[in-house]
Design a protein around this ligand. Sequence first.
Ligand code: CP
Ligand code: NVA
Length: 313
Amino acid sequence: MAFNLRGRSLLTLLDLSPAELRYLLDLAHNLKQERLGFQTYQRFQGKTLAMLFEKRSTRTRCAFETAFGEEGGHPVFLSSADIQLGVKESVEDTARVLGRMFDCIMFRGFKQEMVEALHQYSGVPVFNGLTDEFHPTQILADLMTIEENIGELKGVNFVYTGDGRNNMANSLMIGMAMMGVNCTILAPESLQPEQDLVDTVMGLAEESGSEIRITDNVKEAVEGADVIYTDVWTSMGEEDKAAERIAMLKPYQVNQEMMDATGNPECLFMHCLPAVKGKEVTFDVIEGPSSVVWDEAENRKHTIKAMMIASIC
Ligand code: CP
Ligand code: NVA
């Protein structure tokens, strides 16, 4: 079934219905096949994308820029060192100007309120390329990667271990619950997700039939896992917390012992990257046969392209 997502923004995954999310994943799988078959199209010809960055990026920037450019579009990279945003001009005024010149905007930065204001004032679709709170486009790639490697989403046992209240944990919970994936957040009590978000996710899980579990018990959490996922222990902007996090999160490191404790020799290892090898994941696991992190990185491009095609073409 085709969905009309024209003109739509993606500020969090909650902006999509489960059926719309399903549609974007199907489109992304098709786009990957096209690319592998050397089929080329010009779907963004004559269109422009403003890419606003307050934080660093490799995958997200390259995924947006190459996906848009290779289909004839013109992406414009604007770091906070280059434009007036937040320095000499308010986000509302910047949004109104960009909306007059661009077909769509992507934003990576600190506050979720920034993407909300860009959406409210620009009048064009806005895509969240990561804020302190959410990283929705990453989860599109994560779901696609699980599906490619396991063959389905519904009923898959997914475990996220580490900082359970960061942008990745928040967005993964929403995405997994929407698609019927059983989702465990494994984190010490002080780093577990906000109750408001857990309540929202529980509602989604009830509709999809998935199970959501928040726990600090490593053994119970990982037993029977199909996927173990982790992220950096200190996210961009909270580097001063590094020592405290290392002490707190050491028991939640993904190592071979944790992979073995799943009891599932086929269990996948995933990470949004960039990774700090030796901290949240050992070198042998991320470089080992269970790791699908490079597929996951590649799929950022196909899923982001799918989202932009659905929204602006
Ligand atoms: N996963 C991800 O968002 O990577 P970048 O920070 O390199 O964009
Ligand atoms: N939680 C990480 C994700 C990086 C893609 C961060 O915000 O730095």
